[in-house]
Each structure stands twice: as structure tokens, then as C-alpha cells.
Design a protein around this ligand. Structure first.
Ligand code: GLU
Length: 508
């Protein structure tokens, strides 16, 4: 007997976006194949004609590519038409293109009396006890009396998931089926079908579910949940348009994304990231996301938590997948991401941040184009960013109109640094601005030295100039390192903002 090369697959149904749970399943299957020098297949399970879509297929393939989970067989992700262009000998890898294959096996089952017609559908007889061993959940047994016959071909002529998955895993020589534990019960059907068709059993390994911190299952519905709760708190009764559908949304009768997004926009909500593309849009790095999701249900032992994919490929094993559900801990993921961002070389960070800003924040276009200022901006935020997108928020004052900076006489920091003691801070700022205006050539470093010399000469500490200056530039005392701040701001806007800040309070 020849042993088959280890072959795993990820078999998404293209009925929506790839969510983190799917990505975790794909990661485990990928890592297992890599570890054994085997093959990793992507198979698109699009037999549910109504719910499947080519856009969803494209999105899933793109997300897998972004994560770096490359496959040996399956749709060609770079093709304009992945339905037509596929890689591998055992395809096609779209179930919708395999109907003849399924029909052949269904007919065999009918001829052998193992399946029968019922109202236009074909049902498989479940009349034997079933036993199998799952690599995670152990020995699983079902008595024949507890099992029911089930449909393998629907009246529309399409096979059900159960039939298609079994035939494909067998014909594609899949040796290890790694998938979510929601399929554990289905496996009884799959094992019965394998036996009836005379196929060998692959090793099954079901992965535990991923939960929200409140114990609910993490799902795409979580976004609607957040939006619904906020809409109720804000007592929204209409979102313009279809009021009946909106009432149904509020009554949990639908989870329409249209309402979810409209509510989020109106109430400025942050929806929880669920899909891989949500995390990408928020500016998580694939390395951090993969590292974090690898720990959902698996660990390498010996307390190591942060690792790269080479480490995962070396250490991964089905034996270390736990049975209990794992909680999705966003704080931990953020901290992994902060480290991953901090560890990037500055050129890569600058490239990624540029893309993030130009894709999602057009107000940064001018800053991005000015290489000196943008280099300073990157240096200022790389060490502190939790996500790439957060940089857009933290740095917003740099790209705001000068007139949009808000100076608030009731703000605590403003009172302390500018207004108290009869406007001592304002006076210092006005006096220092005269010196700053003479600075030529302008540089952050020189600006910083000027503050230092100015303060040394007057026995002041640097904060007495720097804090009023920060408020003038940003409206707050939270800005990056002063030299970088001055580099990013540039001379003209720095002086204009100081001017405007002074006149705002002097006219009061
Ligand atoms: N198409 C199934 C799903 O998306 C895959 C099940 C399997 O991996 O066998 O849940």
C-alpha cells in the first residue's frame, strides 16, 4: 500500500465574507499540510445556488491571499475568471462544476438500494450504527435508532453538502479534514456515506468554536447586534425608506447590513470586526492576525504566545487542539498588532500606512505626497500605533484645516497651560513665536533646540513652552515628540496656528 501525501483542504461556502473562524480553520489546515510537506486545497462549496455568489468567492480568495495562506490546488486567485482558470489535477474545485461526478455516485447508491427517491429528492438510508474517532473530540458513536435518513440530492438536482463533501474529499485524496465543530454531528452522515461508497475514512479534526467575551458565539450577526442596541438606545424608529423592514430589524427578524451600516454612520458607531476584511480595513497586519487566531483553540505549550508562521508550521499538531471554546480577546489581538507594527522596518511601515491612508482617508493625500513630512509622520506614529487606521485618528490634527482646530477655554489642559496666572502660558507662547518666526531653515530638530535654549536662558522647564505650543498646534497636549511634530506641521502652519490660538483667547 502506498501512503498518500498529507492533503488538507479549506472548503468555504461562498455565501458571504471570510470571517475569523473560517480563517482559523484555513490556517490550521494550511499549517498541517505545510508541516508534512503535503498539499493544501481550496474547494469552493457552491451547491447552494441561491446563497452562493462569485463576489463572495473572489472576496474569500483575496482574503486568503492577503493572509498568505497559499494553496497548491484550487481556483487560480490571480485569474480574471477563477471559475475557468484552476490549478491542480483533481479539479474542478467548484462543486457547481462537479454535478456529473455527484450524480454518478448518487446513482450507484440508488442502484444498490442504499438510497431512494422521495418527493423528487433522493434520500440516503441511515440504518447502521456509526462510530468514528475525531482527532480532537475523541470517540464518537451514534446508534442506528437515533439516526434518520437524509437527503443527498435535492429536488433541484443539486447534491446536498453531505454528499458533495464526502465525494470530493475522497476523490481529492484528502487525508485530514480539519473544520469547525459545528460539523461534528454531520460527520456521522459523512462516515456512513464513505462506507456506502467504499471510500477510506480521512482523519477528522473538529476545531472548537470562537466566542465573544460575553459567551455568545462570534458571528457575522454581531455587527447587527451592536447597531440594533444603539438604535434602540437612540430611540430611532425610521431609517428613511422601508420602515417595515427597519421595524423587523429592531425586532431581530432580520440582520440587514444596510440598516447596520446606516445606523453605524448616523450614530458614529464602531462595529466589531468579524470578517478578515474588517481587520484588514482597520489596519491589522496579517502576521498579527494569524498569530492571534492560531491561539484560538491551539497553543504550542511552553507559554510561547508570539510567533511567526514558520514556528506554527513547525509546532502545529492536532493533538494540541483543545475541546473547549475559545474567547476572542480583542485587547490581546491589539497588543499583538502593536508589537507587529513596531517591529516592521520603517520602509515597510511607511508603505503600509501610505496605502491605508490613501485607501480610506483622502484628507491625508497632501501629507503622503510630501516625503520629508510623511517620513516624520511615520516616525512619530510607528512606535505607538495599535492599528494602521488608528494613526489616521491620532494624527488628524496635522491634516485638519488650521481653522478647524478647536481652542476651548473650559478645557482643563488649556486652562492650566495657557490661561491661568493671567494668561502666563499665552504670553510665553506669544514671545516664543517671535523667535520661532526667525528660525531659518526650518527643521523640527532646530525648533526643539530653540525651545531648549529659550527655556535654559529663562530658567524655565521645556514644558512651559512645549505644552502651550502643543495646544496651539492641536487643541490638546497630546502630540508626538516635539521635533517630529514641528517637522510634520511645517513652519507656515505652525505660525498660523499659534497666531490663531493667541487671537482666539486675546479677543475674549
Ligand atoms: N462548506 C462547509 C462550510 O463552509 C465546509 C465544511 C467542511 O469543511 O467540510 O461550513
Amino acid at each position: 500500500m502506498t501512503t498518500l501525501p498529507i492533503t488538507t483542504r479549506f472548503a468555504p461556502s461562498p455565501t458571504g465574507a471570510l470571517h475569523v473562524g473560517g480563517a482559523r480553520t484555513a490556517l490550521f489546515a494550511w499549517a498541517y499540510a505545510k508541516q508534512h510537506g503535503g498539499k493544501f486545497i481550496i474547494r469552493i462549496e457552491d451547491t447552494d445556488q441561491k446563497r452562493s455568489s462569485p463576489q463572495s468567492t473572489k472576496g474569500i480568495l483575496q482574503d486568503l491571499q492577503w493572509l498568505g495562506l497559499n494553496w497548491d490546488q484550487g481556483p487560480n486567485p490571480d485569474a480574471t475568471d477563477p471559475y475557468a482558470d484552476q490549478i491542480g489535477e483533481q479539479g474542478p474545485y467548484f462543486q457547481s462544476q462537479r454535478l456529473d461526478i455527484y450524480n454518478k455516485h448518487i446513482n450507484t447508491l440508488v442502484e444498490q438500494g442504499l438510497a431512494y427517491e422521495d418527493d423528487g429528492a433522493i434520500r440516503f438510508r441511515m440504518d447502521k450504527d456509526i462510530a468514528f474517532t475525531d482527532a480532537v473530540y475523541g470517540d464518537i458513536k451514534f446508534a442506528a435508532a437515533d439516526l434518520e435518513d437524509f437527503v443527498i440530492r435535492k429536488a433541484d438536482g443539486f447534491p446536498t453538502f453531505h454528499l458533495a463533501v464526502v465525494v470530493d474529499d475522497a476523490l481529492m485524496n484528502v487525508t485530514h479534514v480539519i473544520r469547525g465543530q459545528e460539523h461534528l454531528i454531520n460527520t456521522s452522515k459523512h462516515v456512513a456515506l464513505l462506507d456506502a461508497l467504499g471510500f477510506a475514512h480521512p482523519t477528522y479534526a473538529h476545531t472548537p468554536s470562537i466566542m465573544n467575551p460575553d459567551g455568545s458565539k462570534m458571528s457575522k450577526r454581531d455587527k447587527a447586534k451592536v447597531a440594533r442596541k444603539a438604535a434602540k438606545e437612540a430611540k430611532l424608529t425610521s431609517m428613511g425608506g422601508d420602515d417595515d423592514a427597519f421595524t423587523e430589524f429592531l425586532d431581530k427578524k432580520n440582520d440587514d447590513m444596510k440598516f447596520t451600516l446606516a445606523i453605524a454612520r448616523l450614530l458614529e458607531l464602531e462595529l466589531p470586526e468579524i470578517n478578515v476584511s474588517d481587520f484588514r480595513d482597520s489596519g491589522y497586519l496579517p502576521a498579527a492576525l494569524l498569530n492571534y487566531i492560531a491561539l484560538l483553540g491551539w497553543n504550542p505549550g511552553d507559554d510561547i504566545e508570539q510567533f511567526d508562521m514558520a514556528f506554527l508550521v513547525e509546532k502545529f499538531g492536532l493533538g494540541r487542539i483543545g475541546k473547549s471554546n475559545s474567547k476572542f480577546d480583542r485587547t490581546k489581538l491589539r497588543s499583538f498588532n502593536t508589537d507587529a507594527i513596531g517591529n516592521l522596518d520603517s520602509e515597510t511601515f511607511s508603505k503600509l500606512l501610505r496605502k491605508q491612508l490613501s485607501d480610506h482617508h483622502p484628507q491625508y493625500n497632501n501629507l503622503i505626497e510630501d516625503s520629508t513630512r510623511f517620513a516624520a509622520f511615520c516616525a512619530a506614529y510607528q512606535p505607538r500605533a495599535h492599528t494602521l487606521d488608528e494613526v489616521a485618528t491620532l494624527g488628524h490634527f496635522f491634516v485638519a484645516d488650521n481653522d478647524a482646530i478647536v481652542y476651548n477655554e473650559n478645557d482643563k489642559a488649556t486652562k492650566k497651560n495657557l490661561l491661568k496666572n493671567e494668561g502666563k502660558g499665552l504670553k510665553t507662547l506669544a514671545e516664543f513665536a517671535v523667535e520661532l518666526a526667525k528660525l531659518e531653515p526650518w527643521s523640527g530638530e532646530a525648533g526643539h533646540d530653540l525651545i531648549k535654549n529659550y527655556c535654559d536662558a529663562r530658567e524655565m522647564n521645556m514644558g512651559q513652552v512645549a505644552q502651550p505650543l502643543r495646544i496651539a498646534l492641536s487643541g490638546t497636549t497630546v502630540t508626538p515628540d516635539m521635533a517630529l511634530t514641528l517637522d510634520i506641521m511645517g513652519k507656515s502652519d505652525t505660525l498660523k496656528r499659534i497666531e490663531r490660538c493667541l487671537s482666539t483667547f486675546q479677543s475674549q
